[in-house]
Design a protein around this ligand. Structure first.
Ligand SMILES: C[S@@+](CC[C@H](N)C(=O)[O-])C[C@H]1O[C@@H](n2cnc3c(N)ncnc32)[C@H](O)[C@@H]1O
Length: 246
């Protein structure tokens, strides 16, 4: 019988935020297909999974995905597309051998995870394999928690913004939001902070770096993050109306 492909959310970093279900599925799968964004094969998701689940005896298939932007509705960059196809081929081969495959992914799989492109590629192949998505704790909720902020209350609107967007698009989205969560901010604070300053939103913003990890840092004054090298694990929350203080 063909195996099942599990996309498993492993949370934002603290292994205690990896759910019981994610741990059970990872434990039960003989093959882990591990995304890496680094040429040395290093993977954040694998490091997190290792903190909660033993990996001895597992077949670990490491796969490098290029860190390039994907624009939905436009053909992907050929290097990116080739990586998805290669991933789908490798996963399908293991499934066809009857092995269950787990794909550990950072945070929650539903939010900017490459795993969904791999699922789409499998489906485009006409593969009829069983796919199960196992949710995880997103960096969005985890960052709000450590900042002591609600993401939305009452009739407030929450907008999630990839900070790699052009300024005009960020402005548009900020105008719609009561609360905005900006992800992938680590290389763009030098342009994001002046933009927020201009909109009078700097003092309503907080930056959370390496949320839930031992060296987590909260930047209540985001001006101080300008010109600094930030970790990829950095999320900015803009809350226009302050909530009651905790
Ligand atoms: C490709 S997205 C993946 C999001 C992930 N699927 C989730 O649900 O959290 C990567 C972005 O998530 C955010 N992120 C992930 N882990 C984080 C952490 N521990 N602390 C702060 N931000 C984090 C950062 O904004 C990072 O650039």
């Amino acid at each position: 019988m063909q195996g099942t492909f599990y996309v498993v959310g492993v949370g934002p970093g603290d292994p205690e935020l990896l759910t019981l279900k994610s741990a059970r599925i990872l434990n039960g799968c003989p093959v882990w297909f591990v995304p890496s964004a680094f040429d040395d094969g290093g993977s954040m998701a694998l490091r997190i999974a290792h903190g909660a689940v033993r990996s001895e005896g597992k077949t670990i298939l490491s796969h490098r995905f290029p860190m390039k932007q994907v624009h939905r509705g436009r053909p992907p960059d050929p290097e990116v597309q080739a990586a998805w196809h290669q991933a789908a081929t490798t996963i399908l081969a293991a499934l066809d051998r009857g092995e269950d495959v787990a794909y550990p992914t950072l945070g929650d799989p539903a939010i900017y995870s490459t795993a969904f492109y791999v699922c789409e590629t499998l489906q485009a192949y006409g593969a009829s394999c069983r796919i199960e998505i196992v949710p995880g704790v997103s960096a969005i909720g985890a960052s709000a928690a450590v900042a002591g902020l609600p993401l939305c209350l009452g009739d407030e609107r929450l907008v999630v913004i990839p900070a790699t967007f052009a300024d005009a698009r960020i402005r548009e989205l900020l105008a719609l939001a009561d609360v905005a969560v900006c992800m992938k901010v680590y290389r763009v604070m030098d342009r994001l902070v002046p933009l927020l300053e201009e909109l009078g939103l700097v003092d309503q913003s907080v930056l959370v770096e390496r949320c839930s990890l031992a060296d987590q840092r909260i930047w209540p004054d985001i001006r101080q993050a300008v010109g600094r090298e930030l970790h990829y694990f950095s999320t900015l929350i803009v809350r226009k109306k302050p909530p009651a203080a905790l």
